[in-house]
Design a protein around this ligand. Structure first.
Ligand code: C5P
Length: 238
């Protein structure tokens, strides 16, 4: 049966931020509609790299969020291995520099893995950028700069907060994939600083949203998932 929500499952990625196989498989069971799952450091290190094949074996798509950041040779080698493990999306830090980004992109050739450059973490604020990282730009300009560096390197997409998505879309054009974490139905929450609702992220030009704890740690994950999915569609009920 066709559901009004069918289109949402190509735009909503749920973060499997749990430490064990059992907890990951339980979430897959509770949320059968979800097509895209994000495997991050916690699960990859807690369950082992085999978790990728297991989740894929359930017909799911994998966003492997390991945020690689090292010298070009090391990142290219790691990217080549991961891209051949059946990963659909893989993150590298955009601040790793143009040579690193080019080397990583080169390493995905011949695979279906698409790289995403992580711009500025959604947990960081403008004062963090200026006072602690000593970057004399505001987040909008800094994220735009890193997104354009990713484009120059041939990387097909970026991760940014919804607050910068419109600027990235405007400066990088319609083809760059934009993935936005920091999604909350109410402002703020947990350790996220630059947040928006799913509908706002979509309006700002996001192709995908990533939602973790508001769904996976909800008392009723299925109800929370539906609330986020309806909000993406702009459903006035949510
Ligand atoms: O639980 P929550 O919705 O905050 O999870 C967001 C997920 O997105 C986390 O797994 C986090 O590692 C990831 N992420 C992020 N900010 C980025 C890149 C990835 O929050 N810039």
């Amino acid at each position: 049966m066709v559901s009004v929500l069918d289109s949402v499952w190509e735009h909503l990625i749920v973060a499997l931020d749990v430490p064990s196989w059992d907890q990951a498989l339980e979430l897959l069971r509770l949320l059968p509609q979800v097509r895209w799952w994000k495997v991050g450091l916690e699960l990859y290190l807690g369950a082992g790299s085999e978790i990728v094949a297991v989740v894929r074996g359930q017909g799911k798509r994998i966003f492997l969020d390991l945020k690689l950041h090292d010298i070009p040779n090391t990142v290219a080698a790691a990217t080549g291995i991961l891209a051949r493990q059946g990963v659909d999306l893989l993150t590298v830090h955009a601040s790793g520099g143009l040579a690193m980004l080019r080397a990583a992109q080169q390493a995905t050739q011949g695979t279906t893995c698409r790289l995403l450059g992580v711009t500025l973490l959604t947990s960081l604020t403008a004062p963090d950028l200026q006072n602690h990282l000593h970057v004399p730009l505001d987040p909008l300009d800094y994220v735009q700069h890193l997104a354009q560096t990713c484009q120059t390197a041939g990387i097909p997409g970026v991760v940014c907060s919804p607050w910068e998505a419109a600027r990235v879309r405007q400066s990088c054009g319609p083809d760059l994939l934009i993935v936005t974490p920091g999604i909350r139905l109410q402002p703020g929450g947990d350790d996220q600083a630059r947040t928006c609702t799913p509908a706002q992220a979509r309006q700002q030009g996001a192709d995908w949203i990533v939602v973790g704890r508001p769904i996976t740690r909800a008392p009723d994950p299925q109800a929370a998932l539906l609330a986020y999915a309806h909000n993406w569609l702009g459903d006035p009920c949510c």
